[in-house]
Design a protein around this ligand. Sequence first.
Ligand code: AKB
Length: 317
Amino acid sequence: MEKILVIGAFGQLGSELTDELRKKFGETNVVASDLRSDHPKASEGIFEQLDVTDAGRLAEIVEKYEITQIYHLAALLSSVGEGNPQLAWRINMDGLVNVLEIAREKKLNKIYWPSSIAVFGPDSPKQHTPQFTVMNPTTIYGISKLAGEQLCAYYHAKFGVDVRSIRYPGLIGWKSMPGGGTTDYAVDIYHKAVEGENYSCFLNEGTALPMMYMDDAIRGTLELMDAPAEQIKVRTSYNFSGISFAPEEILASIQKTIPEFNMSYAPDHRQQIAESWPQSIDDSKAHEDWGWKPEFDLDRMSEDIITNLKKNLVEAF
Ligand code: AKB
C-alpha cells in the first residue's frame, strides 16, 4: 500500500488534490503537510506541520509514516515571487532539492512536482507553444521552475528517481483560492460575480492566457501518476493544456448566467508577467504519451463554478 505525503496541502491545488488522494488511497494513507498549522483543513485527517526547506523535519515525517510517494506542491508563485525573489528561489529550489534527495536516499516509489507555463518567456512562440522550444523565462518563479525541471530530469537519469511533472496553466476552481499568481483574476472574478459585485481586473483586455478547470487538472495529475513509468518520456515536465481565454471572454461567459455582471480594467505589474507568457499551449506530447484529454471548455467551467458558488452562498446564510 502506498503512503503519500502532500507538501503544501492547504494551497489552491493542494487542498483539492489531498481530498482526491484520500478518496483514492484511503484517509490513513495520505499525510497532509503545510507551513501553516492553523488552517481548518488541519483537522480533516493526518496532518504534520512542515517547512519544506527543513530537510531534517522532512526526513522525520517520511520515516514516521513510511512514506512511499511525495506530492511536493509548496512554492511561491509568479506575482509574490517578484516581491521577494531571494525567498522565492530559496523556497522553490531548496524545497525541491530536499524532496529529490529524500526520494533518492529512501528509494521512494514516485514523486510529483508541478511546473508551470511560467517556464516560457517573451522569446517563446505565443500560440500553441511547443513542448520543446526557446524558454528564457523572465520571472524568478519561471526561472526556478525551469531549473527545477532540469533537476527532476537529472535525478531521474542519474539516480532513477521516478519524478513526474506537469506545466500547469492558470488553475481555476471554486473550492480553494489561489495566492500570489498572475492568473488569479480568473478565480476572483467568479466570486465577485456571484456576490453581486462588479470586478476590477488587474490584466488588460486582450491578454489571453492558458488556463484549466481544477477538475481537469486533478484528473490529469492522477492520470500522469498512474501511467506506467515507461510511458513517461518527458522527464522535465509535460505541456498541459485546457482552455485559453482573455478577460473579456471570461466576462462574456459569466454574463450568460449573470447578465448584470460587469468588469473594468486596472492593469498592474502582473500585466507584464502575463505578456511574457504563452497564450495557448501545444500539449500533444502529454496526449501521445499518457492519453491526456481535457473535458471542460470555458462555458461548461463557468456554469459549474457559478452553480457551486451560489450553493455555497445560500448554505452560508
Ligand atoms: C501563476 O499565475 O503564477 C500560476 C502559474 C501559471 O503558474 N498560476
